[in-house]
Write a protein that binds this ligand. Sequence first.
Ligand SMILES: *[C@@H]1O[C@H](CO)[C@@H](O)[C@H](O)[C@H]1NC(C)=O
Length: 372
Amino acid sequence: MRSHQTHSSSAVSFIFFLFLLFSPFSFSTSKLEPVKRNPKRKQSVSAILIFGDSTVDPGNNNYINTIFKSDFPPYGLDFKNKIPTGRFCNGRLATDFIASYLGVKENVPPYLDPNLGVNELITGVSFASAGSGYDPLTPTITNVLDIPTQLEYFKEYKRKLESKMGKERMKKHIEEALFVVSAGTNDFVISYFIVPIRRKTFTIEAYQQFVISNLKQFIQGLWKEGARKILVAGLPPIGCLPIVITLFSGEALTNRCCIDRFSAVATNYNYLLQKELGLMQMSLAGSIILYLDVYNSLYEIIHDYNKFGFEEVSSGCCGSGYLETSFLCNPKSYVCPNTSAYVFFDSIHPSEKTYFNVFKSQRRIYDSIVEL
Ligand SMILES: *[C@@H]1O[C@H](CO)[C@@H](O)[C@H](O)[C@H]1NC(C)=O
C-alpha cells in the first residue's frame, strides 16, 4: 500500500514536471508576474478609473460604515507585505493586473483613501464599493456606495485634477483614460435570489432589463463626464459561486456542482448586455465601449480546473469555504494551506490566481481599446 502510494505520487510529479517543461502558460504561482504589453506599441492610456462592486474594490469600504469589509486577515494573505487592503481576495484583483499590463501603475488604490498622493490620483483610482450593484436597492441592503455616488465621487475627482493641471489638460486626460465597470452579481444573487425582494415584483427577464437600464444610465453619465474608452464586465457563472451552491443546490454537502439554472440567468443577461453596449457605442459619440467576457474565462477555469493548476473549485479557501465572506471570513477562520490550489478565496470571490487567469484571457480587449 505504502509503496504503491509512493509510486503513484512520483508518477504524478513526473507528469507535473513534464507539464512545467512544456506548458507555455507555466508561471510561478507564489508570484504572479504581471504580463507587460510590448512597450514598442504606440500608445497606452493616461489613467485607469474603476467603478462597481467587490470584484474591483481595492478598499473603499474601509472608509465607510458598512459590515461589508475585508481589511483584516486572512484577506491580503498573498498581497505585498500581506497587507489586508480591503480587496476581497488573497492578493491582487484583475484590474490591478490590467493596470500593470498597460504600464499605468502596479496596484489601483481606493479613491476614499485620504492619503493618496497627486501622482496616485492622476494615474487612476477605483471608486468601486464591495456589495454594490446597478439596482439601487442592492447598495441599500449592504449600506455601501451606490453607483450614482461613485459617479459623484468621479466628478469630485475631476475637480481635483482640474486644480492640478487645468481644465483643458484634465479633459484630455479623462478622454484618454481607461474606464472599467464591473458589477451585477450582487443584484442577482442578493437582491433577487437571496433576499428575494425583487423576485416579488419582477420576472427574471424584467429584472435583467431593469439592471441593464440602470447600467445604461450610468454609462451615459460617465460619457457626459468625458469618459470615452469604457470596458464593461459581464456576469460570472453565478451558479458556480460556492455560496450559491450552498444556499440553492438542495444537496450542498454531497453534490457541489454548479447550478445551471442560475448560470443561465447570467448567460442571458450577458447576451442582452452585449447587444446594449453595441447600441450605446453607436449613440454616444466618440465612445468605444467593449464587453469583458468574465463568464467564459471563469467557466473554463471552473470546468477544467486541473488544467489551470487548481485542486478545489466548489468551496473557498477561507473557513468551510461554503458560506464565509467579509466578516465571516476573519482572523479566526481556518485558512487553506495553499491559496493557489483554490479557484475561490472565499465563498464568493475568486483567488488572485483566478483573477490573473481571467485578466490574461482578455488581453486582446485591452490591446484593442488602447490602440483605438
Ligand atoms: C499549491 O498548489 C498548486 C496548484 O495545485 C501547486 O502547483 C503548488 O505546488 C502548491 N504549492 C505548495 C507549496 O504545495
